[in-house]
Design a protein around this ligand. Sequence first.
Ligand SMILES: [Fe+2]
Length: 345
Amino acid sequence: MIFRQLFDSTSSTYSYLLASRHGGEALIIDPVLERVDRYIQLLKELDLRLVKAIDTHLHADHITGLDALRERTRCITVMGEQTKADVVSIRVADGDRVDIEGLSLEALYTPGHTDDSYSYILPDRVFTGDTLLIRGTGRTDFQNGDARAQYDSLFGRLLKLPEETMVFPAHDYKGDTVSTIGEEKAFNPRLQVKSIDEYVELMNNLNLPNPKMMDVAVPANMRIGLARDIVAERGWTLTAEEAKEALGKPDVALVDLREDQERRKDGTIPGSLHVSYPDLEESLKADGLLQHLAKGGGKRLIFFCTYGQRSAMAVQAAQAAGLETARHISGRLQAWKAAHGPLSR
Ligand SMILES: [Fe+2]
């Protein structure tokens, strides 16, 4: 595995770049906006293609690099389903997996620091966001933080992982880089409590100042999606009703950009073609499948996904590849369901 721990000294944030091989797909966890140039350079140096960027939670102390990375690499942005960030491409729930070539992370819902906090598990390590820090735990006094929920996330979930599991947090302010579950159980002062009430008491009396960036970072991180707005302005959208009318017409090809996990969960539009978003770029090349369909077969491409975010980016990519009739179904797949559009499993 290729694994890089990257540090932003301004906010003391750790970001993690993961891939299974050189020349393959990569994923980044908790990227920081100011460091995006560095990530892009490193991706080039290691010959990696960024396909997913995850934020463990809505950050209050730095502006996320999710949006900039998506604009520059067309990667998929991932957060938990509880997040208030406006446009995230994939929202995960507890137990879902985030896959890239050769690597599969399990999403573990660990609220407490915020109500949208997730940890991500690999067999030998866990990315704990701000839920479990090295010899500390994330504060619980703002952004719907909840010390009781955090106690359950820690004692009921994270500390039940095997003791040798390596712990990689989203921050460290002392210079530590990695710990293990066993080490934290034994030496983390916040975890030496005898009851949930003792933990809540401890967390409610920390009296910490608000993070310096909070007033800037939280609103910025809630509005990380622009592709949908741009695509709507250009008129490259269809409503669910319009798409329903187009369904089955000989000059139309519906393209499902979702992953298998999502297709199993919600079903798919009958007759649609499956090109998962990471394969899109390939299929838009001169000899690619979608180019053949559109240019050779005279089909109008209509993209869809779960939240209308990947499909908006797909329209931009298709238009850039010269496919002027490409559109997407605006709104969520929910809108299609609400319009009684057919879905099959
Ligand atoms: Fe945080």
